[in-house]
Ligand binder design. Structure first.
Ligand code: FPP
Length: 241
């Protein structure tokens, strides 16, 4: 189905969807598999979701792949995730080959050198694409995002490059990891948990929230469309009437 055909199915489409990919561990446990296999299956669901979003015509998607708190998991699981991220960089390169911009949200410093260099390279090489932006939140935390933006503004102010009274929502937003990307319109969380877990705190101020019991590795286009139908049925007032 072409993008145009898909678009008419929904009376309103979000411009930016954030995905909290939860439930990989439980998906694996249900099958007697190691947690790393759940993450691997989750990676496949991510790929399919990006494809579905592209076909439907969603210009910005953000996936919560690794939080600032995830380093607390057992070393074995963290190592498996790092290996998976490395493998999936090839996939991300393929998306860039299809003219999608790839961005990583979060502080790259703690990642292994090779991973960090490839992430930076991929961001640089795909920066010119505008039809779709895929953001992967890795070592990301919403509070960390806000602190990082505040630090950058404080540094600019100390240099005399910006006056405190000129700092408004727009300048502040621009300093966040998401930069010029629009705020999230819809946050989808899988696996039945109903919380934000430090994801896109600033950017989701007016986002619609959608929760599904489906575990992330089972998330597919059908699930996405259910979320989009729910989104289209909501009345967004942004504090107005
Ligand atoms: C949460 O499920 C998921 C994660 C912490 C990792 C998400 C990572 C992927 C889907 C891998 C693919 C990502 C990229 C960028 C290639 P959980 O482990 O907390 O599940 P549980 O709550 O059932 O234990």
């Amino acid at each position: 189905m072409g993008a145009a055909e898909n678009k008419v199915e929904f009376s309103a489409l979000p411009r930016h969807i954030g995905f909290i990919m939860d439930g990989n561990g439980r998906w694996a446990a249900k099958r007697g598999l190691p947690r790393s296999m759940g993450h691997r299956a989750g990676g496949e669901a991510l790929k399919k979701t990006v494809d579905a979003c592209r076909r439907i015509g969603i210009p910005y998607v953000t996936f919560y792949a690794f939080s600032t708190e995830n380093w607390k998991r057992p070393a074995e699981e963290v190592d498996a995730l790092m290996r998976l991220f490395k493998e999936y960089l090839d996939e991300a390169e393929k998306f860039a080959g299809q003219k999608a911009r790839i961005r990583f949200l979060g502080d790259k410093t703690p990642f292994p050198d090779e991973l960090r260099c490839r992430m930076t390279e991929l961001e640089k090489n795909s920066a010119q694409y505008t039809s779709m932006t895929i953001m992967l939140a890795m070592n990301y935390g919403g509070r960390d995002d806000i602190i990082y933006a505040a630090r950058r503004l404080a540094a600019l102010s100390a240099e005399g490059d910006i006056r405190p009274e000129d700092i408004d929502e727009k300048t502040f937003s621009g300093m966040l990891y998401t930069g010029s990307a629009p705020d999230a319109d819809l946050i989808i969380r899988s696996s039945g948990e109903q919380r934000l877990s430090n994801f896109l705190l600033w950017q989701s101020a007016y986002a619609e929230l959608y929760f599904t019991d489906t575990l992330w590795p089972d998330f597919d286009e059908k699930e996405l469309k259910k979320a989009l139908e729910s989104y289209a049925s909501r009345s967004r007032r942004f504090g107005g009437v």
